[in-house]
Design a binder for this molecule. Structure first.
Ligand code: ZN
Length: 322
């Protein structure tokens, strides 16, 4: 009997100690998720009116970008990731127009030849000081877009992730770090980075992001790891990646004016069923913000053109890889 009691004690005492410890660890992690969400919500509520944001923006321009004249070459180094590989012209051109449906999946129901030209505005590398401006413009024109964001852990960014979701846009992933040499170092590194951005966005917005854009695109030639392996990994996680078939050119080595960005973005819209336009949403990309109203107005004036956010219904635009 005593022997049995000893046995029970041997199990019960450690269990009695370990269980509360485990509960505490789980609760602590829940608390940190909720804290992120609350901080984002508070910052979101503090964003204030558009007018107050514009005041902040002009303060930002004057203090951070003195002498800014609509060309952003000297401000590139401000970009938080400080990863200049983004500014090597991406393997992109307005003539890339490959539509592939991922293996075995056929979710692209909006490709039906119904004569509608579907246009998807996509913004990479945010959130930044300009995200709010872009969201304001989209709101003004009643347009939904797609933001492929990177990981930025501060309340202003949490607020912007939330704003994107709450205003009905698609929040996609564009890696956590955006540092090519880290992300593409190995399949494991890629998986770790992807999980990191996914859980950050989940923590902050309460929604699981399902769309991804490879930094540099899936056709980038900087990844030492075969991008097809990484694409398979995304597929295994239920994540769909999107490239683009039109580049606005706003991240090239030579900064473009707003007019040039407008021209690039609008080229050949009526020749395609699906157009996914690449823009950038970083603090160095003010010309993009200036170009956006013109682009939207031109698109809205075209016949049979719809501007949409990326969803499961979107025809998948992927570059040919391998
Ligand atoms: Zn990028």
């Amino acid at each position: 009997m005593n022997h049995l009691t000893d046995k029970i004690k041997q199990f019960l005492i450690p269990a009695a100690i370990m269980l509360p410890v485990a509960v505490c660890i789980i609760l602590a992690s829940r608390i940190s998720i909720l804290e992120n969400r609350i901080a984002g919500r508070e910052a979101y509520e503090e964003l204030g009116t558009r007018e107050s944001r514009l005041v902040q923006l002009s303060w930002y321009d004057e203090n951070v970008y003195p002498g800014f004249e609509g060309s952003d070459s000297s401000f590139i180094s401000e970009y938080a990731g400080a990863d200049l590989s983004e500014y090597i012209p991406e393997q992109t051109a307005n003539d890339v127009n490959t539509i592939q449906t991922a293996d075995g999946l056929n979710y692209a129901s909006d490709t039906a030849s119904d004569g509608v030209h579907r246009v998807y505005l996509t913004f990479d590398d945010g959130p930044s000081i300009y995200t709010d401006d872009i969201l304001d413009i989209l709101d003004e024109y009643g347009v939904k877009a797609t933001f492929f964001v990177i990981g930025r852990e501060n309340t202003a960014s949490y607020a912007r992730y939330l704003r994107i979701v709450e205003e009905g846009h698609t929040l996609g992933m564009h890696s956590y770090s955006h540092v090519y040499s880290d992300i593409y170092a190995s399949p494991e590194a890629f998986a770790e980075d992807t999980q990191r951005i996914r859980s950050l966005l989940e923590d902050v917005t309460g929604q699981t992001p399902v769309f991804y854009r490879f930094p540099g695109g899936s056709s980038n030639d900087v990844s030492p790891t075969d991008v097809r392996v990484l694409a398979d990994y995304l597929d295994s996680q239920g994540i769909i990646y999107f490239d683009w078939n039109v580049s606005s050119g706003d991240a090239g080595r030579v900064p473009l004016t707003s007019d040039q960005i407008v021209r690039n973005a609008l080229a050949g819209i009526e020749t395609r069923d699906t157009t996914v336009i690449l823009f950038h949403d970083t603090a160095a990309k003010r010309a993009t913000v200036y170009a956006l109203p013109q682009i939207i107005e031109a698109l809205q004036a075209m016949d049979n053109v719809e501007i949409l956010p990326i969803t499961y219904d979107t025809a998948v635009i992927q570059h040919n890889i391998g």
